[in-house]
Design a protein around this ligand. Sequence first.
Ligand SMILES: [Zn+2]
Length: 299
Amino acid sequence: MVCGGLPAVFLLFLQRFVLIHGSTLIREDTPGSEMSVMEFGYDPNSIKGPRYWNMKWPSCGFSRQSPIDINTTYVTYGRPYEIRYNQENQDLPGNLINNGHTTAFYFEEKARYLYGVPGSPKDKFLLNELHFHFGNDRIHGSEHSINGQFFPIEVHMVHYNSKYRQPRIASMMPDGIIAVSVFLRIRSGPPNHVDTFIKTNIPRVKDPKGKAVKADLNPSLLLPFKRDFYTYRGSVSVPPCKNNIRWIIMKETRDISIFAYRAFLTLKTKEGEIISKYGNFRPIQDSSCNRLVEANFMY
Ligand SMILES: [Zn+2]
């Protein structure tokens, strides 16, 4: 079957070839002991880079990985899914951190929940944290793409199934984790609530060795007004790349100001490098023509 221009069998062969070739390079050039202590990174030419994640975390080399390019030609349209949140008007307290790969906001009380989720319509998914993926230019920072188009920033809101009580336990279950993804564009104009949150707090976690910053955020202000989305089953996009996530990718985007965007460019890794130098987006792993991707709207 031809998909996106190249036969899937050829792509599989190519991937295998790269993995085998990659493992040979690593064994020849670096002592094996380094692999056991290394952190992951995004420099494409480094042994820590995404191409080699599968050497330490084998599941990063499995099928059904994320992110994917959503080729809208292959999407199944018009599924009757409608997701909702409770208490959408309220700010929630939490702690903003820099983990050396991104900045993440962990909600103190798991009070915001999502329901009506595809595949688990009766379950409640509690919002645990949200974090950001970005690059060093305004063209590519998102992990997912739509018909090959990337966006400057992608927000991931990570929820866990309340029936498992703890995110750690839920992360081991096939119906445990939902990630809602929103693409952010950059616009001119006066700052809104989200811009103020970013500009005020992100510079305070520039260095990952610093303390967490307490703040309040209404996560619904990061969601588009129209809740049309694409959904598919994939993986976490960072090691160990577990294959048990339901992704909900919002079709509409939100905007942030250029001043807020620049705050992301100041964040540093644990080694003191600027995160945006290589970005913190994993390369596309697959196309939606190989996966079941559904949309809750008509094309
Ligand atoms: Zn993410």
